[in-house]
Write a protein that binds this ligand. Sequence first.
Ligand code: MG
Ligand code: ZN
Length: 358
Amino acid sequence: MRTFFFSINLLVSFNLSFSQSIKLELSKKNKVPTNIILMIADGAGLSQITASMYKNENNLNLEDFDVVGLQKTHSVNSLITDSAASGTAMACGVKTLNGAIGMDTESKPYESILKICEKKGYNSGMIVTSSIVHATPASFYANVSSRAKYNEIAYQLSKSEVDFFIGGGEKYFTRRNDKRNLIYEMKDWEFVNSLDQFDSSTSKKVGYFISYEEPLSLIQGRKPLLDIGLNSILKKLNSRNKPFFLLVEGSQIDWGGHDNDLEYLTSEYIEFDRAIGVALKFVDENPNTLLIVTADHETGGLGITSSKVEKLNSKVKFSTKGHTASMVPVFSIGIGSKEFSGIYDNTEIFNKMILQVK
Ligand code: MG
Ligand code: ZN
């Protein structure tokens, strides 16, 4: 009787459907494994988020999160990390040298959260707005001494356990130094040419290259992808009746920072925030999910120096064309999210996620 009243309470207070509240109760008792969605806004510190929020009429989906923390992003050899060392810290739980992917300072390879999840029977996916072999996604499936070894990284993706991906960089698979065509070699995979084809595919593994080289920026004409693509990949993962690990990256916020281009970085962040909206809706419908939204470092040393409040029009100054050492925020919601409050090293992102992997 007591349990009955508790469930009714849950239904009323959180406005959950009956099946949702059952899922939540079961997942709290660890009967339903936790899905993990990690969203990385490359190069987005607090000023990038703030400028994007005002540009988006003082409103971001990010404001709906329960738990906020801060992570220290330094690598082994620099207070200012690159995306390889910070990606490796979050993916594998180890601090390393700038440029290294999935290995420590002694070139010892580490298993990523994605790989560990796959070994436990999870499915996995990645959706990014750079090439799929770029440093951030590569940290989740590759082990290489240098992020620049794109041909080797593509080869390691072809041999990995990843089930679904959407991103750019087809040429690293088809026009290679070793003359191999990895797409022919990836027999388990279906490669599609549109999101519609991605949605309707019934293949076990599906890849969608959105570009031959690096994808265009939104202001150069890339079609918005991250929110609808995330919706597609979540539908696929959720239809498999297995838990999953999913990486989402807003890759080009960083590139806007390197260019000291406010329009570039805020347009990319606002697209990323729309994807956050999709992920939040998924968590709402699937409470056995942990959602983490963070960055790998700040890019541009961005400061908002003045703003007309009625126009929400930020005037900014960049202090560098590179990255900075500022801590970056971590937002989380869902099962295990409480672990992510406080201030900690970027390697703790891995340690806190792995707590949920059963
Ligand atoms: Mg990146
Ligand atoms: Zn960068």
